[in-house]
Design a protein around this ligand. Sequence first.
Ligand SMILES: [Fe+2]
Length: 162
Amino acid sequence: MASTIRSAQLPPLHEPHEREEVGRQLQALLVELIDLSLLGKQLHWTVAGALFRPLHLQLDELIDSWRELADTVAERAVAIGFIPDGQSATVAADSPLRPVERGQLEDRVVARELTARLAEVAEHARNHMDRLGELDAASQDVATEVVRALEEQLWMVRSQLA
Ligand SMILES: [Fe+2]
């Protein structure tokens, strides 16, 4: 598998298993962030009800954030010499997130589905953050940024259900 880059100028992680393991943690995070952004668009299109407008607009803000975070995660992987894979086939095969129902969804259903997926990804991101702390503080910092953003978003989305 050519998932790692060979070069003398790479950051000095202990070859090869640490680089591979840091890469795998970042890859898992990348897949979930991409899938979250795809699910988010589906909900952005299918939400209906009194909260259509705020949810429709809020979802695009969240999607922008998830796409930026995915980019940061993928670029950290490349920086340590690991080739990430954010292609649809890999995301479909590796994402643990359940798809949302294809159909028009009531605003409260959208808020609930969104909260559940966000909570799941935030929890996994926390596990990746902890594991990366044992391997590489700089990569952990990227995961920490993801956790901080997702947990803040989770608080805001959860509050709409209260
Ligand atoms: Fe749109």
